[in-house]
Design a protein around this ligand. Structure first.
Ligand SMILES: Nc1ncnc2c1ncn2[C@@H]1O[C@H](COP(=O)(O)OP(=O)(O)O)[C@@H](O)[C@H]1O
Ligand SMILES: [Mg+2]
Length: 261
């Protein structure tokens, strides 16, 4: 590159910047000096002991809350209002409306964006098959398994059309088999519909399967103890992935940090 050429494309600029963030609740310091930087291609997993400030940090990034000190910016937006516009949040509990069927629930985000209900239904119907929901479009939440409800919830989160997806222990309420199934499914779904994502989980294997970066937080007050880069081969089963030596090495290092904190 010569000196007269423009700088590299903006895709390498940080999409999410968290700089020196401190958050207190009364006398409790929930987060003590968190700093991280993500590009638009990043999928970050955050692991840490219960109560270390993971949900608090996610809430601050999303714009639902503000830090007491420090700077947070999401795609150039540093006010909480601006960050809210960029982020979609998928909660631990699916929060589906019991009186709406699968497509009706999935379509809510589009309706909130001003799309007419019928059109919104059609648009999510096109995606429902890819989300393993074909044949279940007109079922109600009580007729679905926990895993299916989370797929609907994910479809709704994705249809919000936001650049950044935030997941707070999205599979925390599911049994381990459904959970394992959905982890690989989500990995594939995010390959098809790439987004900048942050996933909070207390499950180290889930963190490694879904993130290209894993941040380990210390016990309260939460600090970022370490960041790991993850690069696993594509197209492998979950079983084979977790048996890879590099997977085991990372898992042991992260578990070691968590046990020590
Ligand atoms: N709204 C709140 N008011 C008071 N304390 C809170 C509030 N939200 C979180 N906390 C406290 O902050 C700490 C971090 O909470 P949280 O972010 O939920 O942890 P995690 O998600 O890692 O389990 C905890 O001690 C929790 O009790
Ligand atoms: Mg939490």
């Amino acid at each position: 590159m010569t000196a007269t050429q423009p700088s590299p494309p903006v895709t390498t600029a940080p999409a999410i910047q968290v700089q020196g963030v401190i958050k207190r609740f009364g006398a409790t310091t929930a987060i003590q000096d968190a700093t991280l930087e993500l590009t638009i291609h990043d999928r970050l997993s955050i692991v840490g002991p219960s109560g270390c400030g993971k949900s608090t940090l996610l809430g601050i990034i999303s714009g639902l809350d503000d830090p007491d000190a420090g700077v947070v910016s999401v795609l150039g937006e540093s006010t909480s209002q601006g960050r809210l516009k960029k982020c979609a949040w998928m909660p631990q509990r699916d929060l589906l409306l019991p009186w709406r069927d699968v497509l009706g629930n999935a379509a809510i985000s589009l309706e909130n964006r001003g799309v007419r209900a019928k059109v919104a239904r059609q648009q999510v119907a096109d995606l429902a098959g890819r989300f393993g929901l074909a044949g279940f479009e007109d079922r109600y939440p009580y007729q679905l398994s926990g895993g299916m409800r989370q797929r609907v919830s994910f479809l709704r989160t994705l249809s919000a059309g936001k650049e950044v997806l935030l997941f707070d222990e999205p599979f925390g309420a599911l049994d381990s088999i459904t959970r394992a199934d959905l982890q690989l499914w989500l990995r594939g779904a995010l390959d098809e519909e790439p987004r900048t994502t942050i996933l909070v989980t207390h499950d180290v294997e889930e963190a490694l399967l879904l993130g290209n970066k894993v941040v380990v937080m210390s016990a309260r007050p939460g600090r970022i103890q370490a960041t790991f880069e993850v690069s696993l081969p594509e197209g492998m089963s979950r079983r084979d992935l977790i048996r890879l030596p590099e997977f085991g090495d990372l898992r042991d290092q992260i578990l070691g940090l968590l046990e020590a904190s």
